[in-house]
Design a protein around this ligand. Structure first.
Ligand SMILES: [Zn+2]
Ligand SMILES: [Zn+2]
Length: 376
């Protein structure tokens, strides 16, 4: 299913270049939001549509992680998983009007929003070959998980948790805010319970009332073939917990591809250098070279010139999220010896003599040599 095809490009929607900065994104959104906000367009449905579109684009591009995912993989509904309009648009002061737009119940203030644990970052090292074909790896990382002792309640006893009186257990309170559009009621986190909606009377000793504790966990990740050094994989819901009734954050794994002693990656192609001697180039020969698929026999044709390339088709990297493979390109260089033995020198002098290669270095003799050659 290709959802991307139904979506307009977020950068175009916000009238931005792909290389734009976060400040430019904010600026452009502010300008467009002012123009299309429903409150200044008397509920004009076209303006409302446009407002939704720019807000959706902003929600993604203003978040560096989501923007990274969008740049790499395009539109994906996961971009809006755990999306919290109140925090994304808080600085514009009109968070709660998005509840209706993004298909949520318009009565968030009646329902306690679930708190979300923070995201975690981990690094996984893989070999060059693993990055070419993909690999399953186990990643160990440190994470806040639900406290086993209190089952994430944070309280040592069953009735040790009281509903917060300030917010009535919602975790949020309504605040009237002045925005560039006018007064708008928004919700903000309750200070008394810090958004939890509950007050813990007798905190659990193990987690000290937090409902979560730090632990080491392992997760198996499928690293796709063609992944680049520095690419990030998101493992949804494997991040930190804030105890019972919270949503786990995500785990972001950055891949570190260890360099290969010979192979250089360029796009989906692999480049290697091959140095051969003048004699090998002139006479031609066969040899075995290392490829991602093991040893492969190649033929250097007689009369091979410097800078020639040999292309081994489909011996390169697997395309990321695809099946095709790049090529393995061997760049040939012909090395000239810097030190000659007496015997080598004699042989080369003999060769020069036979080929009429001038060795006295005057312009005239070189010129006549070139003329003689071109006549042949
Ligand atoms: Zn506990
Ligand atoms: Zn409260």
């Amino acid at each position: 299913m290709d959802l991307a095809g139904q979506k307009k490009d977020y950068y175009l929607v916000l009238e931005l270049e792909r290389s734009c900065t976060t400040i430019e994104i904010k600026k452009s959104y502010r300008k467009l939001a002012h123009k299309y906000h429903p409150d200044v367009n008397n509920g004009n449905p076209e303006a409302e549509e446009k407002f939704k579109e720019i807000s959706e684009a902003y929600a993604v591009l203003s978040n560096p992680e989501k923007r990274g995912q969008y740049d790499q993989f395009g539109f994906n509904k996961n971009l809006f998983e755990d999306f919290d309009p109140n925090s994304v648009f808080s600085e514009f002061g009109f968070g709660n009007i998005f509840d209706a737009f993004f298909g949520r119940a318009s009565s968030t203030s009646q329902r306690r929003a679930r708190s979300k644990g923070s995201d975690i970052r981990a690094v996984v090292e893989i070999s060059f070959k693993e990055s070419a074909f993909g690999v399953k790896k186990e990643v160990e990382y440190s994470v806040d998980t639900i406290c086993q002792e209190c089952d994430g309640k944070g309280s040592a006893t069953e009735d040790g948790v009281e509903t917060c009186r300030t917010c009535g257990g919602m975790g949020k309170v309504n605040v009237s805010r002045q925005t560039f559009i006018g007064d708008i009621i928004t919700t903000s986190t309750c200070n008394d319970c810090r958004g939890r909606g509950k007050i813990i009377k007798d905190p659990c000793k193990k987690c000290r009332g937090r409902g979560f504790e730090n632990d080491r966990k392992k997760v198996k990740v499928d690293i796709p073939g063609g992944i680049h050094n520095g690419d990030q994989l998101r493992v949804s819901g494997k991040g930190n917990s804030l105890g019972r009734d919270s949503i786990n954050g995500d785990l972001f794994i950055t891949t570190k591809v260890l360099p290969h002693p010979e192979f250089i990656r360029e796009g989906d192609n692999i480049l290697t250098d091959l140095e051969i001697s003048f004699a090998q180039a002139a006479l031609g020969f066969k040899l075995e070279v290392e490829t991602l698929d093991g040893k492969e026999k190649i033929t250097i044709k007689p009369g091979t010139q410097p800078k020639r390339k040999i292309v081994l088709k489909s011996r390169g990297m697997v395309q990321l999220n695809g099946y095709r493979r790049g090529n393995h390109i061997i760049n040939i260089d012909i090395k000239v010896p810097t030190k000659l033995s007496r015997e080598e020198r004699t042989l080369l002098l003999r060769l020069a003599e036979i080929r009429n290669d001038t060795l006295d270095g005057t312009a005239d003799s070189i010129f006549s040599r070139i003329k003689n050659t071109s006549k042949k």
